[in-house]
Structure formats: C-alpha cells, structure tokens
Design a protein around this ligand. Sequence first.
Ligand code: GUN
Ligand code: ZN
Length: 426
Amino acid sequence: MKILKGTILSFKKNPFFNNIEESVNIIEDGGILIKNGIIAEVDNFLTIKKKNPLAKTYDYGRHLITAGFIDCHMHYPQTGIISSFGKRLINWLNVYTFPEEKKFIDPEYASKIASLTLNLCLQNGTTTVSSFCTSSPTSVNKFFEEANKREMCVVAGKTCMNRNAPEYLLDTVNSSYDESKKLIEKWHKTNRLVYAISPRFAPTSTPKQLECLGNLWSEFPDCLMQTHLSEQEEEIHWVKNLFPNAKNYLNVYEQFDLVRENSIFGHCIHLSDKELDILQERNSSVAHCPTSNLFIGSGIFNLKSFNKKKIKVGLATDTGGGTFFSMLKTMSETYKISQLSQFSIHPAQLLWLATMGSSTALNLQKEIGNIEKNYFADLNVIDLSSTQEIDQRKSRANNIWEAIFPTLIMGDDRAIISTWVNGNEI
Ligand code: GUN
Ligand code: ZN
C-alpha cells in the first residue's frame, strides 16, 4: 500500500455544465491511498495515514496532484517527423508522413519509436494515449508491447487505407479486415489495452473498405473506432468528389455504420449544423487537436458549438501534425484558440478536457481521468512554480486558480515532477 500526499484536485461534475465550486474538489494536505494499482481512498492525509500506518508515504508537499493526462488522438509513427516544415495537410502527408510510416514494417524501428513516444508522453504527464499506428500489423504489435511493459492503458489500431496513398502502405478490403481482426483478438482488453478500428480517413478508403470495417466493428462492438473528420477545406472538397452521394463528410462514415457511441473523430473543425446534430444524436466523440490545427493551418475549432449540444470533447496533441507531446502546452493553445471565439476557458475546464474530457471521449471515464475510489492510480504531480517566469506570476495569485493558470499557459515537462502509472511511480 502507498499513500501520495499533496494538494489533490479531482472532479465531482463536468465544469462546463456546472459551476466551478460544485465541480471540483481540492484537498490541501490530501492523501491518496493506493492498493494494487487502484485508488482505494481519497481524503485528508492524516485521516488516511492513521488508518493505514504501515503504508509507504510519498510526500509531495504542496505540489498539485491531478489524474494523469489523456491524449485522445495522436500518431506514434509520426514522432520522428514532428515539426516538419510544409504546406497543407495532403502535401504534408505525402512528403513527410507516408515515407516515415513505411519504416514501421521493421519491428526494431517500430519498437524504438513506440518506446521513445511513450517515454516522451510519460515525461509530460500523459499516462494514456489513443494512437494511430501504420497499416503494418507490426507497428500495432510493437506499440502494445511497449505499453504493456509500462503497464499503461493505451488505445491503438492498425491504420487502414486501400487507396490514395503510396502502394507500399496500402492494404486491401480483405487484408484490412483480416489483420485488424487478428489484432483485436490478440490485444483488445488484455491488460490495459483497448483496440480502435482505425480507417485513416474517408479519402484513403474505398466504400467497400469502410463497409467491411463497419461490419468488423459489429463483430467487436466494444472496440473503439477512430478516424479523421473535416480537418481542412481541401480535404472536404476531396471527400465530396470521392463520395458524390454523401450528404456531407460525416455522412460518408454514417453510410457505413461508423458513427456510434464509441466513435472518436479527430479535428472536426468545419462541420455543418447537420453534422453536429448527428454527432449529438449518436453520442459520438470529438478529439480537439489545437497545436496541429494551428501548425497545419487547418482552422479554428469552435468548442462552444460542441458544448451547446453536449457533444463529448477530449483533448489531443495529434503529434506529429501537432507540435508538442505536452498536454500543458496543448491546454495553452486550447485556451488561446477559444479566446478567438470569445470563449475564455476556465483553468478547471482546461484540466477537465485533458483528463475526464478525454477519458469520456474514449469511453474510459469509469476507469481513468479522475482521482476517485476504484480508478486506476494514473497520476501526475505538478510543480506550480517550475520556472522563474511561472513562479513570479504564481506568487501574486489570490486563489488556487490564479496559482494553477500560469502553469497551464506557460508550463511544459519541467512542471511534471512525478508521473504514476498503475500505482507505480515512473
Ligand atoms: N488526416 C489523415 N491522416 C492524417 C494524419 O496523419 N494527420 C493529420 N493531422 N490529419 C490526417
Ligand atoms: Zn490525426
């Protein structure tokens, strides 16, 4: 048994739809009791210590303890090409992404990049990611193996594409079905791993492939389905040409039964009201990828329009289209982008997006994303004075939110002083 001591921040309710005081629980000199990797109790430290005198204490003083961050959309095979200078999405995919993804048929290279990526995530306090792999099953096997070594909860899947990409990355209708099925049978729900059926996006799949993946999903309905939706104007025009009978971009996925409660759509920047209505009706989720949307020049995500319909939104880096592994930096860009739509996101809401927002988007909200009894002990210890520029601002704070906000806006991996996965300090 272990006890973490610090200032504990957890959620009682969603702070977008309830007032902040009702939504957030903050315990100064709090304690988290961990048994077998699971949170057994959250209370004042002294209360917990008295009941469990033999438990080992990890004293983090006044540092902030939150749930581990959850990055609900990223591409681990793109770690090596992060920050690649380029033009627009399709050009960037062709010039940088596809040639890099080719390398993941090599098991050694796939292991090396999977390991590097997960280490970078953990250094930044990210304890769960949902990652696309490449079309090669090796890339999936190696990613799950590395996640298992670290006892992490991750979501991943083979990226299916049978057209409009270089020949060396293409699968077929049959091989995408067979390989995905084999991977589901091997990995889904073993340890802390979750499989996501992963058509890359509508332009790289034929209707037959999308139909076949929809059928596969019906065989394994508790898997997730992740893909991209409405990221750039050129992509949307391309989809219109490729699927002339579809009413809109989302309708392409809808036609093949890929819009369900366990669907998570990356980007969703240029959606029509009709598409928002469908997402709401199906209770599907959206991954907001602010650093990528700026870097690739995709556009301004309008969080308010999703909140209005209570559509589930999680936060994501989309690395290597995104430019940071850090969810702190991702929160900072989230705040700035929302400012452009006259919506100032409260620090509690930013932290919600990076934890419970993402876990809810991945349908894992009962296991991760909060500090609560029976949740996995995936935790972050955050120094709110990690740099001089942050500390000098924090020293003027009049309340806890003013103390936290400078780290959400200016913080990076230097603020993450300890990360816990499955009850163990990394
Ligand atoms: N759309 C299809 N594939 C990708 C990808 O790898 N990255 C981003 N940002 N968008 C995509
Ligand atoms: Zn993506």
